[in-house]
Design a protein around this ligand. Sequence first.
Ligand code: CP
Ligand code: NVA
Length: 340
Amino acid sequence: MNLQGRHFITLLDFSPEEIQALIDLSRRLKQEKNKGIAHRHLVGKNVCLLFQKDSTRTRCAFEVGAADLGMSTTYLGPTGSQMGKKESVADTARVLGRMYDGIEFRGYLQQDVEMLAQHAGVPVWNGLTDTYHPTQIMADFMTIEEQFGHLKGIRLAYFGDARNNMGNSLMIGCAKMGMHFTGVAPKDLMPDPALIETCEAIAAKTGATLRFIEDPIKGAKDQDVIYTDVWFSMGEPETVRRSRIEALGPYQVNARIMEAAGPKAIFMHCLPAFHGMDTVLGQEIAKTFGQAFPIVQNGELEVTNEVIESERSVVFDEAENRMHTIKAVMLSTIGGAFHV
Ligand code: CP
Ligand code: NVA
């Protein structure tokens, strides 16, 4: 397998074999790191991390992953570069491509990360756009494999805003890897029909299945993985909050949902998560909407504190695996052929 020079901007561009090889490489890198075996395969290389939106996991995963591989990083935050204001994305790509060996981009528009990829001349990695979040899926699938020993045949139900970047990318990932994806959401928060059609065509070849169910209890039944994400994604206006809470309240992942899923089901979330009063936004939501919607009165939105803190929750494994999987993506796209 040789991914040298490839971009990583959507999982649609990768075959099941390539995705599996990246997970296998991530597992090897994790084992090496845990044993204290250095893997500074990219000494002398430099990568640029371009963020239009905030981040904890993605930024730190790229920085630590790059350092472990022997590379230096430059972080450009939402206000730190000329991009977008005084300089086009295409010009920025051509400038950064002259200096760096790889570019990470987190932002709003998928077309921006595509534009970077078109003009940079070096690998471009999507660290999240409004449409997709492919590096998160790599970490999630590595975590599922750690839990169940395989991906094929796993039943994953995604609760909440199923047409956001996480819903879209999980659906694509499941279709690629022969998994059974269920979107559990109100009708108008289901994925885009055109993307569903694309994924159905992939699923027909891999043995995956896709279902879309509005009833939360039926959607949870007999699942291996219950997955959820925030109800309001980065960049969405405050004006969506009331209607979103109203629409997604019934889809909160709580003890009832986990019980319906069955005793073997694990809980997953890409994080950050709203599960109590210890965040500014959690407090704000509780204060503003708690009376009208008692379900959010304790700052618990998409998941209850009970579920996320339970033994069935693997959210911090997912967070750690962001680093191992992002490292594998950088190593294989900059460094070329690798052997597991
Ligand atoms: N899951 C995830 O992408 O987290 P950050 O926003 O902290 O990078
Ligand atoms: N849907 C979320 C994912 C965060 C990792 C967002 O875009 O804010």
